[in-house]
Design a protein around this ligand. Structure first.
Ligand code: GLU
Length: 462
């Protein structure tokens, strides 16, 4: 096994967190020129994301009177792996990188969750994201636990060959802390099928040749030729689109007459934009780390994607006018799809939103305080652990296909994904109605009940 530190405990896209929202009084009616993206400054002390997850857990645990012992277990992570690994960069210079893998809980099955490459990734963020995976998998009823990790790195600063070496060295450092029936990574922010293929290849290279074929499911989100699943690339965006479609049907809001805005234009944001536009809704504003673009007559997401692939961001897209953070957030629309990083909808920005529903494609885009504001303002929230679960659901399908040496076509994957998403959506809606609670708390209630059941059945060793 590679060198690492294990701290045992009793445990789509570049986003916007790099920039603090520009704090201009939103109710100031004076006309303002759009502001260019703020120059990144030293980040202010970050709030603990894991503490926010626990706030949510506590709210739901109080409602279901969760067994205090199980609450204690879920309030901790199971394993926290921190690896500092050296990589030779240009011939002889070595850079040392820090990688994480936090394994929150495996009561329901092997640890599961993505790896992100982001300069702000730290142990607290990895803990929060790992816990969300536990609740997400429990909610959508797939036999996985929760994990998350990645490397604290800005991948834009490295060449593809450097990134390959960094990725492979990270996979090697993780060693046996991942495994096809133990902990199964997948793509997340700034990682993709190519990166999964490198991890797969590195992992398999450490096994005897006769073992390799039956370990292909050590990662999901692989390229098709390397054992990936049809539909995995768009799966998170597809799940978001299914949720939005169901919400629109239930609220009798024909999508052909609806408008939407998307924050983040990486894998998840760009797929959600294309798929929701495909249902007839009009995309009117998009924001990413470079700034925002807006056109009330509609933005063609395919065209925007082509532009972004050449220019690296949406800010100067000729099909729209440039908008700053506040103008973007204040854009009136029916649906807002946050698909960037955490905490984008906070006590300040929640007051700016002018939409009917927030479909959370990102993990943790809304702070607990913002939840209360959205509730007061009558804005519906399709919570992250439901709305963005499509990715891990199709990861589960990929894992199953690998285990059974099967290949399902796109139609089959989409059919099964829709069924899972709709079922979870309906259960969250029904629970929210039954207990007169918000959807996020309802989603946590369902997840906690499932986890409590398994602990009650199996007991706690010894
Ligand atoms: N990174 C995705 C998520 O946050 C997918 C995880 C997976 O497929 O394991 O849900």
């Amino acid at each position: 096994m590679a060198t690492h530190t294990i701290i045992e405990q009793p445990s789509a896209s570049p986003g916007l967190l790099d920039r603090q929202p520009q704090l201009v009084e939103p109710n100031d009616e004076r006309p303002r020129e759009p502001q260019p993206p703020a120059v990144p400054t030293a980040p202010a002390a970050r709030r603990s994301l894991f503490a926010d997850v626990m706030t949510r857990l506590d709210r739901a645990a109080d409602i279901v009177r969760l067994d205090p012992n199980i609450r204690k277990i879920l309030a901790s992570t199971e394993n926290e792996i921190v690896v500092n690994f050296p990589v030779k960069m240009n011939g002889c210079d070595v850079e040392v990188f820090t990688g994480y893998r936090v394994q929150h809980n495996d009561a329901l099955g092997p640890f599961k969750g993505g790896l992100r490459f982001h300069p702000q990734l730290d142990i607290d963020e990895a803990r929060a994201l790992a816990a969300w995976m536990t609740f997400k998998c429990a909610l959508v009823d797939i036999p996985f636990g929760g994990a998350k990790g990645g490397i604290q790195i800005d991948p834009a600063k490295y060449s593809p060959t450097q990134l390959e070496r960094i990725t492979r060295r990270f996979a090697y450092a993780l060693g046996d802390n991942i495994g096809p029936d133990y902990d199964i990574p997948a793509p997340d922010v700034n990682t993709n099928p190519q990166i999964m293929a490198w991890i797969l290849d590195t992992y398999l290279s450490t096994l005897p040749p006769h073992e390799r074929q039956r370990h292909v499911h050590v990662v999901t989100g692989k390229p098709l030729a390397a054992g990936g699943s049809a539909g995995r690339d768009k799966a998170t965006g597809q799940g978001v689109a299914f949720c939005v479609e169901r919400w629109a049907q239930e609220h009798r809001r024909p999508l052909e007459e609806a408008t939407f805005t998307v924050q983040g234009f990486g894998n998840v944001g760009s797929w959600a934009a294309r798929l929701i536009a495909g249902l007839g809704a009009r995309l009117i504003a998009v924001q990413d780390v470079t700034g925002g673009t807006r056109n009330r007559n509609g933005i063609d997401p395919e065209d925007l994607l082509r532009y972004v692939s050449v220019h690296g961001g949406v800010a100067r897209y000729p099909g729209g006018e440039f908008v700053d953070d506040i103008m973007f957030m204040q854009t009136p629309a029916d649906i807002f799809v946050p698909a960037a990083l955490e905490n984008q909808i906070n006590a300040t920005t929640a007051a700016w939103l002018n939409v009917s529903v927030v479909a959370e494609a990102a993990n943790g885009p809304t702070t607990p305080e913002a939840d209360d504001i959205l509730k007061q303002r009558g804005i519906d929230v399709i919570p992250d652990i439901l709305c963005n679960a499509g990715g891990v659901v199709v990861s589960y399908f990929e894992w199953l296909q690998n285990k059974r040496s099967e290949f399902w076509d796109l139609e089959e994957v989409d059919f099964k994904l829709r069924k899972k998403m709709n079922l979870a959506y309906d259960r969250v809606r029904d629970k929210a109605r039954e207990l007169s609670i918000d959807w996020r708390t309802a989603a946590y209630v369902l997840a906690l009940s499932r986890l409590e059941k398994i602990y009650k059945e199996r007991g706690i060793f010894p």
